[in-house]
Design a protein around this ligand. Sequence first.
Ligand code: APR
Length: 232
Amino acid sequence: MPNPPNHRPKIVVLSGAGMSAPSGLATFRDSGGLWANHRIEEVATPEAWERNPQLVLDFYNQRRAQACAAEPNAGHRALAELERRYDVVVITQNVDDLHERAGSTRVIHLHGELTKARSTADESLVYDIGAKPIHLGDRCALGSQLRPHIVWFGEAVPLIEVATEEFRDAAKVLVVGTSLQVYPAAGLVEYAPAEAEKVHADLYTEHCPFGFRALTGSADQLLPPLVQRWLG
Ligand code: APR
């Protein structure tokens, strides 16, 4: 007998680049990852934007094209299926839209979204651009240059309080495909309720947070059986 909709147990997922790796998108800190081929200081900071906006636009235009050409994998689809029986909130560090394209309906992007651009004069002015590149000279309604709607290193993470609140009543917490090296996102694992079922799914178990059960392997292999178990 399915739970009535307003009493569905809550699952909070914290995902990172390893979630999208099986879809062919590079992670950041694995060998050959994005930070092995680009210097963060040159493409992912406000200073980089001031110094060389074209280089920054090129970096995100390339990642946007790759992300939009990628397909959700079995891990993304499994998480979307969870919504049949659970109230699922996906809190992701990823800036691709693979969770949404797989069918997840509540996705919080802590580090922004590639498919959006925003004004450099008023950060509340955000535009859906899909797979389109941003060029120098592309301007917002106020006439200022558009920038990627991405949280750069050194910038605030506006949705961190909203994300923290989501952990309060979680019956299950799943951390998948993240090295847990970047704060404040990584600090969210501390808010997993003691009594919640806590699972960490990653290629490596070294950084499995205290109190979490470690599943070792690839997200697209680990999540479908885990979700089938949770759907009973
Ligand atoms: N399945 C599961 N986990 C995987 C897979 C896979 N197929 N491939 C890689 N991983 C794991 C790695 O073992 C690692 O723990 O995914 C994690 C990737 O770590 P990072 O590259 O550091 O990515 P992430 O944790 O998402 O980075 C966080 O750092 O640079 C910033 O803003 C950027 O959002 C990013 C943040």
